[in-house]
Design a protein around this ligand. Structure first.
Ligand code: ASP
Ligand code: MG
Length: 451
């Protein structure tokens, strides 16, 4: 039985003819039989601009924007000397885009459903052209087929942020799985980000959703690995813009990667990894610009389990402290507080409690939510302190390793720590510092634990 591998390429890996050809040769070297692609870089943003323009009054600007998109894609076709079938298809997709834009222009309304139809054009354009690129690179002994992700990735009807219907997807993907298992000369190219409801309406998984698509497809066709190709050579120990000494992590567990994402690392979104993690499929993150660099493997378990794998930072945090003397020796107070958070769908990143007060961090913008704050005020005296950074050490056995707190405080020297949060997770130790000290704290901790 042939091994099934899924590769996903982001917008920068689809940017132009050169990037597409480079990505196609990555598919070749890494033997990825199913490729999921994003729209060419900047296209989804352009489509968003178009939706705004379409609700305005200048029809000319609308046509101009579509023409720009058309030219950008046709130029790639010219450079790779694409077959006429491909350029015709690009033209056809641009006409579909114009029809949709006209509808919005006349109605002066862009519904979430219409938005998803428009978004879908970006990925449908890039995947059409990439299918041709890949066929050219792989040569005539293999078959590269374009597939419409919407026939396989079935979702609910929550337009703009649809949820995949896993069982239905598995059923539909069975045929792809069967083919790939038995025919190693068959390759497929499809779109990330887009799906369809059972009723047949186009949906999207939310901006940046192509990684999620790759993980969903990987699970549905029982892939042995999922490769995420971007423009950075893997997951770094911290943001290299803050800390030039940051190193690429070669191996990390799903749990640690999820903690890093939740606590501020701009890596794969935790929901992206859910299908892969559920089915124990290793995920590789690498750069299509440097395909020979080692990259990062995200796996269920990892051989080495360092105390600190990475350091993340989340800015724009507000510390909310709620104090109420009648809390002493009482019970049910936290339940009342969290009811308010639940009602407003607001999540807490870090929390500590004492006898009569509770301190929690939330995003700055939460403190502008007047009715939320008012409801909290009915539970006690509220203090809001804005503009903090939550700096987190992510690793292993963090809550049971002796001396770690000492090392952290020595590491950050005289940087003032407003709150610490530790104990709930074996993977995480957070310190809350003033935002202006955030970068410095990351650098100091990186020096103490990783350099
Ligand atoms: N093209 C979509 C976006 O830019 C999806 C993706 O690239 O992941 O959000
Ligand atoms: Mg992207």
């Amino acid at each position: 039985m042939a091994k099934i591998k899924v590769a996903k390429f982001g917008g920068t890996s689809m940017a132009d003819a050169k990037a597409m050809l480079r990505s196609a040769s990555v598919v070749n070297t890494h033997q990825a039989n199913l490729t999921v692609v994003s729209a060419t870089s900047g296209t989804t943003n352009k489509l968003e601009e178009l939706m705004a323009l379409a609700q305005g009054n200048s029809f000319e600007n609308l046509e101009k924007t579509i023409e720009e998109l058309r030219e950008k894609h046709l130029n790639i076709c010219i450079e790779i000397q694409a077959d006429k079938i491909i350029t015709d298809r690009v033209d056809q997709l641009c006409r579909e885009l114009l029809t949709l834009a006209k509808g919005i222009y006349f109605l002066k309304e862009c519904t979430p459903k219409a938005k998803d139809r428009i978004y879908s054009i970006g990925e449908r354009l890039s995947s059409t052209i990439f299918t041709e690129c890949l066929q050219q690179v792989l040569g005539p002994t293999v078959t590269v087929s374009f597939i419409d992700a919407r026939d396989f990735l079935i979702t609910d009807s929550n337009f703009n942020k649809a949820k995949p219907l896993t069982d239905e997807i598995k059923n539909r993907c069975q045929i792809l799985k069967d083919t790939l298992e038995t025919n190693s000369s068959q390759y497929y190219v499809t779109q990330g980000f887009i799906g369809k409801t059972i009723e047949g309406e186009t949906t999207t998984l939310g901006r940046g959703g192509s990684d999620y698509s790759a993980s969903i497809f990987g699970e549905a066709i029982n892939a042995t690995e999922i490769q995420i190709w971007t423009d950075v050579a893997g997951i770094a120990t911290t943001d290299p813009r803050i800390c030039p000494n940051a190193k690429i992590i070669h191996e990390i567990t799903f749990k640690e990667a999820a903690e890093m994402a939740i606590f501020g690392a701009k890596i794969l979104h935790p929901t992206t990894l859910v299908p892969a993690r559920r089915s124990s499929i290793p995920v590789f993150v690498g750069s299509s610009y440097e395909p020979d660099a080692p990259g990062t493997w995200i796996k269920e378990t990892s051989e080495n389990k360092p105390l600190v794998r990475g350091i993340t930072k989340k800015d724009n945090q507000t510390l909310i402290t709620i104090s109420n003397p009648s809390m002493a020796h009482a019970h049910g107070f936290l339940a009342l507080i969290f009811k308010v958070f639940e009602a407003y769908d607001i999540s807490v990143d870090a929390i500590t409690t004492s006898e009569i007060s509770v301190a929690m961090t939330v995003e700055n913008r939460v403190s502008q939510n007047a009715s939320f704050i008012q409801e909290l005020e009915s539970l006690g005296k509220i203090k809001l302190e804005e503009n903090y950074s939550l700096v987190s050490l992510i690793g292993n056995k963090i809550n049971t390793t002796p001396g770690i707190a000492n090392k952290i405080f020595q590491g950050i020297g005289d940087t003032n720590v407003r709150m610490i949060c530790q104990g709930a997770s074996v993977h995480n130790f957070c310190v809350l510092v003033r935002q202006e000290n955030g970068n410095q704290a990351v650098q100091q901790l990186h020096r103490a634990f990783i350099d």
